[in-house]
Design a protein around this ligand. Structure first.
Ligand SMILES: Nc1ncnc2c1ncn2[C@@H]1O[C@H](COP(=O)(O)OP(=O)(O)OP(=O)(O)O)[C@@H](O)[C@H]1O
Ligand SMILES: [Mg+2]
Length: 394
């Protein structure tokens, strides 16, 4: 069928043509936004899930909801090589300048801009690369100790007060939150604790890999009282069908029921995979309806596309030792895997592999679903490892 009308959207953070199966979560987010706007107590939300389940897309959707309801929003994506202050300062600066523009009387906002300025002074060395100029006097003694756990709560409270003075609210959106350093995560949790205590209209929405639950819990025992950790997972069969059928219908195209069942089976309901299968099945099909023969014909193309993109980009970031560790996992089947069993595959002691395992968790390749267990953060990565690396290389 005409690829120019293909509605499917495989990609990182690419909005799907039909955001299937997430209504309950979006309603929860909407309630939370509304309560925070009224300065009522509410937990932040940390979306937790494997690669490609639709976390980024959801964060972006919640952000749209927030912006529709008088929220100022900041969106950042954590990654190795940039600090939390360097990512946050330009965003908060933009928010404060927006608030400043909202009316002429802006003493509170001016004051908060001064706090931001002094925060920047405190972290001068660390955020030197960011070009952020503020034509305002720093608030001496506010958020300028240079200790992030002291300064970030003060800064967030100051921004919260500025928003409140403008009858506005602030929502922070942080993607890939597992990549922050422990000290940054701790400062962020303390900052959200502070704004909750001060009843300021500020809320955090974040997304990350399954390891974030443990990272939050280890950082601050009260984290579970400040945040919910909804699990974002694969879609059910009915949700998968919706995700495929509705966009096709909008183009006057249908799927034969066996084709839908086949895509569900092959994708296992994982959003990224079902977009890939939908996309390539559409292009393979000579006419509507799309049949299971079309899906079967598309499958080698999908696998090639996944192997060269989704899986490959992760594989290429690994050292030879890391690859061998992951290959040993894959040799054991689908997982989760006992650390001891992996060590046995490699002819090593479990205790010799602890550091390597931690590095792989830090890189976001694996996580520990239970003590002594590990699993891949990328669905079906075990099959890919078996395809790409012969067993002899173990
Ligand atoms: N609810 C959904 N229904 C249908 N397709 C979806 C849904 N959510 C996401 N997708 C599709 O899945 C793909 C992956 O989405 P997204 O990038 O948000 O995942 P992610 O969880 O952020 O992945 P990663 O951990 O790799 O960043 C995109 O192509 C998107 O269009
Ligand atoms: Mg993402």
């Amino acid at each position: 069928m005409d690829p120019r009308h293909n509605p499917f959207a495989p990609g990182a953070g690419t909005p799907p043509p039909e955001l299937s199966g997430r209504t309950t979560l979006l309603t929860r987010a909407d309630v939370a936004l509304s309560r925070v706007r009224q300065c009522r107590p509410e937990k932040g939300m940390i979306l937790v899930g494997l690669r490609g389940v639709g976390k980024t897309v959801l964060l972006n959707e919640i952000r749209r909801q927030a912006e529709h309801t008088n929220y100022q929003t900041c969106r950042i994506e954590a990654h190795e090589g940039k600090t939390l202050p360097a990512l946050l300062v330009p965003q908060l600066r933009r928010v404060l300048l927006n608030l400043d523009r909202m009316a002429s009387l802006s003493t509170q906002v001016k004051k908060s801009l001064g706090v931001l300025k002094s925060f920047m002074n405190g972290f001068k060395t660390k955020i030197g690369e960011v070009e952020v100029s503020l034509d305002i006097e720093a608030e001496a003694g506010a958020a300028d100790s240079g200790d992030l756990e002291t300064d970030l709560p003060e800064l967030m409270a100051a921004v919260g007060r500025a928003a409140q003075a403008r009858q506005a609210s602030l929502a922070l959106f942080i993607d890939e939150i597992q990549y922050f350093h422990a000290s940054e995560l701790s400062a962020l949790i303390m900052a959200m604790h502070r704004v909750a205590q001060d009843r300021l209209p500020v809320i955090l929405f974040a997304a990350g890999l399954p390891q974030v639950v443990a990272l939050f819990g280890n950082s601050k025992s009260y984290a579970e009282r400040l945040f919910d950790f909804p699990e974002i997972g694969a879609l059910s069969i009915a949700e998968t069908m919706d995700a495929l059928e509705k966009p096709a219908q909008a183009e006057n195209v249908s799927f034969a029921p066996p084709a839908l069942a086949m895509i569900f089976e092959k994708s296992r309901g994982y959003p990224f995979f079902l977009q890939e299968w939908g996309y390539h099945s559409w292009n393979q099909a000579p006419a509507s309806p799309i049949t299971n023969a079309d899906v079967a014909a598309a499958s080698p193309v999908v696998m090639q596309s996944l192997d060269q993109g989704f899986f490959r980009v992760r594989f290429d970031r690994l050292t030879p030792r890391e690859k061998r560790y992951l290959r040993a996992m894959a040799e054991l089947g689908e997982g989760p895997y006992r650390s001891g069993e992996i060590a046995k595959q490699l002819g090593k002691k479990s205790s010799d592999l602890g550091t390597l395992r931690d590095v792989l968790i830090g890189k976001g390749m694996i996580y520990a679903p239970a003590h002594g267990d590990v699993a891949f953060t990328v669905p079906r990565f075990d099959e890919f490892m078996r395809r790409i690396m012969p067993k002899e290389l173990l």
